[in-house]
Write a protein that binds this ligand. Structure first.
Ligand code: GLU
Length: 505
């Protein structure tokens, strides 16, 4: 590729970003970085009616969290600024005039009522080459009337004039060449005088051109718009710099057919948004991957494989590896089923691979929420003992709470099964045994305790389970001498004493 690769992610701030949008952005990022190119964020906010406050900030925060840094964006700026379409009104006006001057577009005055009446009277009415001459527009009205309507403040729209019977080629990196005949297209509105704003199609094409975008990588819901976009490039005479298209397959529901929706997430209990989102109108909260304890690297990894495969069975990839390996040759044409269990599996894998001190750092807020704190080294050691049992950071609490708070109750079932008339005396001996140890290493404790049980011919299972019950409060947890070593001699003995005095049967 001779020219510098430039891609853009162009969301409309109409609410929280869907996880499918995050995947689109990720593929843009991977492609740009693989080619040493630029990754641009453009906010497409020309539809003021659908604008939702906070949505743009949400988008920027999402990518900050994921570590996918934009080279140019509304907050960062860049040589093609502004990157918010609502700040580019004058630019679009100039291009709308250009289309009008060229005769590639025309002004239409039809009111919503008139259009409604036409639709009611004509089957499958479409505003196009076959009908435009029956309508109220600058092609049918005398020029002076058009001018006086505009001067008199009559609202109008500008429509693109699509000639019929022309094959429009869309070159798609995933789907190959798609040919659409222009006769099926309608004369889409590209500008509205009411808000002095272009519609999505015009702004999108003009900006891709001005921002020197070389590849348009977006969701397949935009494939139907592509022929119109190609037509607009032709109308402006920009065919030579037209970007390559790549329309990504849909993310599908985990089961059945259709697009993954928020409702699927609610029903099956998983987030469909990267970050938690609070609806500014209803205050309704939707869960996010970040708040659910996902690591950004895990989210990137599992999204990368929803619509692309490396050509083998490998599943774990760093961002750097993905940048090297990504290719449209192995992007799939058909939709990718969203497998939430798999997403969890990825997170589990990434938790295991996270260094203990870093994981401890991430666990600290969970502890703080419970009003607890501990030395970072201690938390790191705790985390090391239990991390293989969790998929999410908050789950560390379920596995490790007893390292921070002594049990205040004891699992009844275990008590019933393991606590015998001999238990108090045995625990008394165990306390003395631990007390007398100078070397409190796990190995030494194990050697001495095991020998004691053997010498006394005690029931190994009962003694050890009562011991565990005293330390943990239930019959779970890591290796018992790893627990005592970490808790320390004093605390372990304290817990044994507490158990003896509080378990009465
Ligand atoms: N604003 C469109 C969106 O919300 C952009 C589509 C495109 O990438 O061209 O997805």
């Amino acid at each position: 590729m001779s020219e510098r690769v430039r891609v853009r992610f162009a969301p409309s701030p109409t609410g929280p970003l869907h996880i499918g949008g995050v995947r689109t952005a990720l593929y843009n990022y991977l492609f740009a970085k693989q080619h040493g190119g630029d990754f641009v964020l453009r906010i497409e906010d020309t539809d003021s009616q659908r604008f939702v406050p906070g949505a743009e900030q949400y988008i920027e925060e999402t990518f900050k969290w994921l570590g996918l840094e934009y080279d140019e964006s509304p907050s960062k700026g860049g040589s093609f600024a502004p990157y918010r379409q609502s700040e580019r009104k004058e630019i679009y006006e100039q291009y709308v005039s250009e289309l009008l001057d060229k005769g590639a577009a025309y002004i239409a005055f039809d009111t919503p009522q008139e259009l409604e009446a036409k639709r009611a009277a004509t089957n499958n009415f479409q505003y196009d080459a076959s009908t435009r001459l029956q309508m109220r527009n600058s092609l049918t009205l005398p020029q002076d009337e058009v001018q006086s309507l505009i001067d008199g403040g009559t609202q109008y729209v500008v429509r693109i004039k699509i000639e019929s019977g022309i094959d429009i080629k869309v070159n798609d990196l995933i789907r190959g060449e798609v040919i659409i005949n222009s006769s099926v297209l309608d004369d889409k509105v590209v500008y509205k005088s009411a808000d002095k704003l272009p519609t999505y199609h015009l702004a999108n094409v003009v900006d891709d051109h001005l921002m020197k975008i070389t590849h348009v990588i977006r969701g397949e819901e935009w494939l139907p718009s592509a022929p119109l976009h190609v037509w607009l490039y032709r109308s402006f005479g920009w065919e030579d710099t037209m970007p390559q298209f790549a329309h990504l397959p849909l993310l599908l529901k985990p089961e059945g057919n259709g697009k993954l929706s928020k409702r699927d997430g609610d029903r099956l209990g998983f987030p469909v948004f990267p970050l938690q989102w609070k609806d500014p109108k209803t205050d309704e909260i939707s869960s996010g991957y970040r708040e659910s304890g996902y690591l950004p690297e895990a989210v990137i990894n599992f999204l990368s494989l929803l619509g692309w495969n490396p050509g083998n069975d490998r599943e774990i990839f760093s961002l750097k590896e993905l940048i090297d390996l990504f290719s449209f040759d192995r992007a799939s044409k058909s939709g990718a089923k969203f497998d939430y269990e798999k997403a969890k599996w990825f997170n589990h894998k990434y938790i295991q691979a996270t260094p203990n001190d870093k994981l401890a750092e991430m666990f600290r807020p969970v502890l703080a929420e419970k009003g607890l704190s501990a030395a970072p080294e201690y938390v790191a050691k705790v985390v090391a003992l239990v991390k293989d049992r969790v998929s999410f950071v908050p789950e560390l609490w379920q596995q490790a709470s007893f390292f921070f708070v002594a049990p205040t109750s004891y699992d009844e079932k275990t008590v019933k099964k393991r606590w015998t008339a001999e238990s108090p005396a045995q625990m008394g001996e165990l306390i003395a045994l631990l007390q007398g140890m100078d070397d409190f290493s796990a190995e030494n404790q194990e050697k001495i305790v095991m020998k004691w049980i053997e010498d006394k011919q005690y029931h190994l299972g009962n003694v050890m389970n009562v011991f565990r019950l005293a330390l943990v409060g239930e019959g779970k947890g890591p290796h018992i001498f790893d627990i005592t070593t970490l808790l320390g001699k004093e605390e372990s003995i304290e817990r044994l004493k507490n158990a003896v005095s509080s378990i009465n049967i």
